[in-house]
Design a protein around this ligand. Sequence first.
Ligand SMILES: [Zn+2]
Ligand SMILES: [Zn+2]
Length: 432
Amino acid sequence: MISPRNMLLATLLAMPVTSYAADIQSTLDHAADAVESDVIRWRRDFHQHPELGNREHRTAGIVANHLKSLGIEVTTGIAHTGVVGILKGAKPGPVVALRADMDALPVKEMTGLPFASTAVAEYGGKQVPVMHACGHDAHTAMLMGAASVLAAQRSELSGTVMFIFQPAEESPPPGEEGGAELMLEQGLFDTVKPDAVFGLHVGAGTSGTVTYRSGPAHAASDTFHITLKGRQSHGSMPWFGVDPVTLSGQVVLGLQTIASRRVNLMESPAVISVGTIRGGVRHNIIPSEVTLEGTIRSFYDHQRAAIHADVKQVVEHHAEAVGATADIDIQKGYPALINDRALIARMLPTIKQVVGETGANEGPMVFGSDDFSYFANETPGLFLWLGTTPPGEDPMKSEHNHSPYFDIDEPALSNGVKLLSHLAFVFLAERN
Ligand SMILES: [Zn+2]
Ligand SMILES: [Zn+2]
């Protein structure tokens, strides 16, 4: 039996679009409103059943079934668990990609929500609790909603929409490959190359509003591992050894002078943080080695290369100054995410049509990274932040992404579905 709600939904989804202007706006908006309860239901289901990177089997299965039910051409198993849908419009035109990430984090959920996660999974050889603490449950649900909206407008679509449901954005488990980089390596854009790619991330911000950043938006994230090698000695007679512990203190301070004294802060900020220092086994033994690990965040390639060289120079010379040696290994992580300035300028009116003139604001650069950057390095990209702080809470003081208390204001998801749908439709319709 068809319920009145489903009849309404079917009617709204089937309404043809004749032009972008008023008709399409309201048609897409009504269709997004009609799937809102589905999107919330999907989000809660994913939230209750989170899966770590490269393990998103259940999530990917639900996504693939949904896309197939809409008549979208589906490929599964890309970069382990990735799902890609191709929706061909009735009219010729360019290709636009919409991306959502599907993975959760090894975090123990403390929200107390009725659909809170109690999931555990193996990670790095240990059993860990798992939680959608970054909101990727919402991203997946919103993109499924946008697929419903856009599939119903197939006859009016001028071109192709590629739906990318990506695994392992939070980086794959240790020793594995994954994420956006692996999807591209496996040929994601080889046969169908998008002319633009759009993505959303939920987080701190007034519920339903959009923050965008033209140009560099998210930082490149690199990791360093340093081993300082001295000579072991008795703690009471340090002159018989070479002390890597005091050296490690000098190295930490020396590294701080790179960001504060050598990076051109007029051009762009950068961050270097030491996260671990390990050395020694006993209070009265000066160890032979101390290791340090940390992260480097930067926004421009030339700045990134200069910082890497500076880290090597600072560490090696501090070590040399005390008669020690140093091994330095810098692993490149995600590249900086650069939003295409022309694409933002072109799409900003569409964004403002969805969230209102005051609902879209340019924000600062963010030192967190997102591997959407790999897609945006292949084709013009636009990554937006969707505010999901519940009303009445201060976005700056609310629980941020990766917190065990992280939660989102679900009514904001409707704007996310609208944004994805409008951006894809308008990009295709306004081809030149
Ligand atoms: Zn995250
Ligand atoms: Zn995230």
